[in-house]
Design a protein around this ligand. Structure first.
Ligand code: SAH
Length: 492
């Protein structure tokens, strides 16, 4: 280790920054977050530094550098564009034994500014020891995605309860187990879901249960499993897995997937996404075909309820968004009826992904003022006949589950009065490396598709915006329309 990571208490401590430009300002901003008293030493200062100085904790010495200003400072930062001056500041600080940092000059730094992940009171500093600051920043970005925002609040709650826990659980091992359960279980989950009061309540309940179990063990050497079971009910997370590309998962989805004891997933969840679930989690495929939903759906509900009742953290991973043609609503109705706690995490719905990954904006000021998501397939299995509502030429219509019925859908639209020349796109396996797009018009798409059928899942986008694909396509796709192929080749 070339440097040793320490966390320095700088609150209300005097810090000197030599320099008044952008470099100095970046450090000043950072240090002011730690509550330091900053003195800026510079004859000229930028507007941003002026703003910072409006906080009267900080002060300005609008003069040339002189080593007399170093006296009494806890740390010093030199960030001027005068190299000789920076060296001078460094030498003077060394003589006075004051830690100094000359910005972006590792040999002249007694300490370095790490990349910071701030979940106060949890703070993580990452350093590459000046070798690869960009890599340190990227590491930071990865950690930012992994560590929920609620960590700080969780740590604060733990801090507030620490003494009480210590007084009620005498052994170190007992306390460790207690905190592990709190930080990996229900308490943390409630906190991350923004339910602070419930988290505190759950922690207190856990403590009371543990305490009375310990007392019982002392008196009759028996165990109180009932108390344990009370706090042991699991939870179901209905998680939108997005359209397939794992990078389109949300941070929250990823975090819950990595906590799961069991994952129930359907056919639309890609292997790449499934691979991101906790390795030890049971992964159970509960995919369905297009028919026979009702029975299967009840079966899935029951599986989730039973698993949660046995204390498991259940992730129900659904393609796209759980509340867009995803039956997420039906699932939480069943969970609610069974008294199982749940959370729902939105995902990127297929229409959003298909739209972005094909360069077909769903709305566009010149072409479409509104958009409708319509199922091409109804719960009852009956055809969708509400075409009269879908004839507005300025509205984009997206059909989910519509490829099998494309003939009926396009005919229905035209019969209801939508222009036969209205552009339409079929997007197959949107966002995946196998994505394909076929464009045409309401009157010619069926023949085109018959000649060259595309695999499911696929989405239909109807409306003037569909023609923009020619111009705006960017994702490395296998463009089926020959005109477009020529177009794509020209672009290369
Ligand atoms: N809840 C999902 C939709 C489930 S309905 C969501 O929000 O995306 C299933 C339909 O979604 C499929 O028939 C297809 O029309 C569409 N779909 C899902 N994933 C898709 C993908 N990657 N590419 C194209 N269409 C997709």
């Amino acid at each position: 280790m070339n440097t040793f990571p320490l966390f320095f208490k700088l609150t209300n401590q005097p810090v000197l920054i030599v320099g008044g430009g952008e470099v100095a300002q970046r450090k000043a901003d950072l240090l002011s977050r730690a509550g330091t008293h900053i003195t800026i030493l510079a004859p000229d200062i930028s507007e941003e530094i002026k703003q910072l100085l409006s906080d009267d904790k900080h002060s300005l010495i609008a003069e040339q550098y002189d080593k007399k200003y170093l006296t009494g400072k806890r740390i010093v930062i030199a960030g001027t564009d005068d190299e000789a001056l920076n060296h001078q500041v460094h030498a003077d600080c060394q003589a006075l034994n004051i830690p100094v940092n000359v910005v972006d000059t590792p040999p002249l730094c007694d300490f370095i500014f790490p990349a910071i992940v701030d979940r106060n009171p949890i703070v993580i500093g990452i350093s590459s020891n000046g070798k690869a600051p960009v890599l340190a920043r990227l590491t930071r970005a990865r950690l930012e995605t992994l560590i929920p925002q609620g960590y700080g609040k969780l740590a604060k709650l733990a801090g507030d309860m620490r003494d009480e826990v210590k007084s009620k659980i005498p052994t170190l091992t007992g306390r460790r187990q207690f905190w592990e359960k709190a930080f990996e279980g229900k308490v943390s989950e409630l906190m991350f879901a923004g339910r602070e009061a419930d988290a505190e309540q759950a922690l207190k309940q856990d403590l009371a249960a543990t305490y009375s179990r310990l007392l019982n063990q002392k008196t009759d050497n028996g165990s109180d499993t009932d108390l344990d079971n009370q706090t042991n009910i699991g939870e179901v997370y209905i998680v939108g897995a997005g359209p397939g590309d794992p990078e389109l998962l949300t941070f929250k989805a990823l975090r819950l997937m990595q906590q799961a004891d069991i994952v129930y997933h359907d056919a639309l969840v890609s292997d790449a996404v499934l691979d991101l679930c906790r390795r030890d989690a049971d992964k159970v495929f509960v995919g369905k075909k297009r028919s026979n939903h009702a029975v299967a759906q009840q079966g899935i509900n029951q599986l989730m309820i039973d698993a949660a009742k046995s204390g498991k953290r259940v992730v129900r991973l659904k393609g796209g968004d759980p509340f867009v043609f995803g039956r997420g609503g039906e699932e939480i109705q069943a969970l609610r009826a069974a008294g199982i706690p749940y959370q729902v995490v939105p995902g990127i719905t297929a229409a959003g992904a298909a739209s972005c990954y094909t360069g077909i904006p769903l709305t566009h000021r010149d072409h479409a003022q509104s958009v409708r998501f319509v199922t091409g397939f109804l719960k009852s299995g009956e055809p969708n006949t509400g075409f009269a509502a879908l004839t507005n030429p300025e509205e984009t219509v997206v059909f989910y589950m519509g490829l099998h019925s494309i003939e009926r859908l396009t005919k229905g639209l035209m019969d209801a009065g939508r222009d036969p020349n209205t552009p339409i796109a079929i997007i197959s396996q949107a966002s995946l490396p196998t994505q394909q797009v076929m464009t045409g018009t309401l009157q010619d798409i069926v023949a085109k598709h018959e000649a060259n059928p595309l695999p499911t899942p696929a989405l239909l986008i109807v409306g003037a915006v569909a023609q923009l694909h020619d111009e705006l396509a960017w994702f490395g796709e296998n463009i089926v329309d020959t005109d477009q192929q020529a177009h794509a080749l020209n672009m290369i």
